[in-house]
Design a protein around this ligand. Structure first.
Ligand code: ADP
Ligand code: MG
Length: 351
């Protein structure tokens, strides 16, 4: 096709830029929930309450008891590439869930977002953004922490709205996001409620766990995966070349017909990664028939320099500097634990 005039290069306006970024960050209601709950966790919340209506299409509200945002910082929190979590000079050293400063401006570009917050030593205040337009900061009533309320997600991008699945399917995805984050943070209390059609039903609830990290995780996994899992789970703790794997993996006898109960975390972040799930499968290869799948919640932790979390805007993909080490650790660590458990079982029988 032949151009009939010279193309003009223009700088996109902030609204358009935010809508484009939002397309990557906010695919569906569950991604908005993920961003808001991660913000609450980064703020040091001990309790997080999530309320969703109509699969998140009409309402997503996340309330936390974290550090809050001072009134004068509210407009900044909603502007693009503004973050309190990194200073930009060290992208290799990320210890928070967030760091891109894109979630809130993106949400404000594709829905109507109200942020109400109270930081220590400040009055509570709120700010609204819709269609990318910020309101003035106004006084509000709130005791502590932050409430982020997102209404009418994708009202500004009807094409995206059309791609959403049923309310039920979207709610399922929201629940999955909350459960994964609840596994990653067993000391934090979570509730998820469905406020569709006026009344509010609790969908999921996990009270803050106590004890050491393994105890807390075990308790949290019992809440999320059931007592059966907890009773059939092997404690996993292995290290190789600077990467530690910890968590729980179920005995082969407690497997599933689909790979739906495999939860993997890298430096505290829930990830979906083929390399890691492939390693999990390989570890159980000798113990499970082809149509059975292991159940596990495994945490890989290493120096942030050994893994890049900046691969995808939703941050659910990671890249290890040395993928072989991660894979080897999973395979050998789990095989060792399974072999030991098998040995224990057979010596118990022998006695
Ligand atoms: P990021 O999380 O990548 O920094 P966001 O757009 O998600 O970017 O948030 C921007 C900033 O707003 C955060 O860096 C943080 O300072 C502040 N913020 C957002 N949500 C909360 C919250 N729930 N509690 C306290 N501060 C928050
Ligand atoms: Mg964030």
């Amino acid at each position: 096709h032949i151009l009939d005039s010279q193309p003009v290069i223009r700088q996109l306006d902030e609204g358009a830029i935010n809508r484009i970024a939002a397309g990557e960050v906010v695919e569906r209601p569950a991604s908005a929930v993920k961003e808001l709950v991660e913000n609450a966790l980064d703020a040091g919340a001990t309790r997080i309450e999530v309320t969703v209506a109509d699969g998140g299409k009409t309402l997503i509200r996340v309330a936390d008891d974290g550090c809050g945002i001072p009134p004068e910082a509210l407009p900044l929190a909603l502007s693009r590439h503004a973050t309190s979590k990194i200073d930009g000079s060290d992208l290799l050293n990320i210890h928070s869930f967030g760091f891109r400063g894109e979630a809130l401006p993106s949400l404000g570009a594709v829905g109507r977002l109200t942020l109400t917050s109270r930081a220590k030593g400040h009055e509570a205040a709120e700010i609204k953004v819709s269609g990318g337009q910020l309101s003035a900061v106004k006084p509000a009533a709130l005791n502590k922490g932050t409430v982020a309320e997102l209404r009418d997600l994708f009202y500004a991008t009807p094409a995206r709205l059309k791609f959403l699945r049923t309310d039920r399917a979207e709610m399922q995805a929201v629940t999955d996001v909350i459960k994964r984050l609840a596994m990653a943070e067993p000391f934090v209390g979570f509730t998820l409620s469905d406020a569709s059609g006026g009344d509010t039903r609790t969908i999921f609830r996990a009270d803050p766990e106590s004890g050491d990290l393994f105890d807390a995780l075990h308790g949290r996994l019992a809440t999320i995966l059931g007592r059966d899992f907890a009773e059939n789970a092997l404690k996993i703790d292995a290290t190789r070349d600077g990467i530690r794997m910890s968590g729980y993996a179920a005995l082969p006898t407690y497997s599933r017909g689909a790979a739906v109960a495999q939860f993997l975390f890298v430096n505290g972040r829930p990830v979906k990664d083929k390399l890691l799930t492939g390693a999990l499968r390989a570890a159980y290869f000798d113990y499970l028939s082809r149509d059975r799948h292991p159940v596990a919640a495994l945490f890989l932790d290493c120096d942030p320099q050994l893994v890049d979390v900046n691969v995808h805007p939703a941050k659910s993909e990671v890249r290890f500097r040395d993928p072989g080490t991660a894979r080897g650790l999973i395979v050998s660590g789990l095989r060792h634990a399974l072999a030991e458990a098998g040995h224990r079982a057979s010596t118990t029988v022998a006695h």
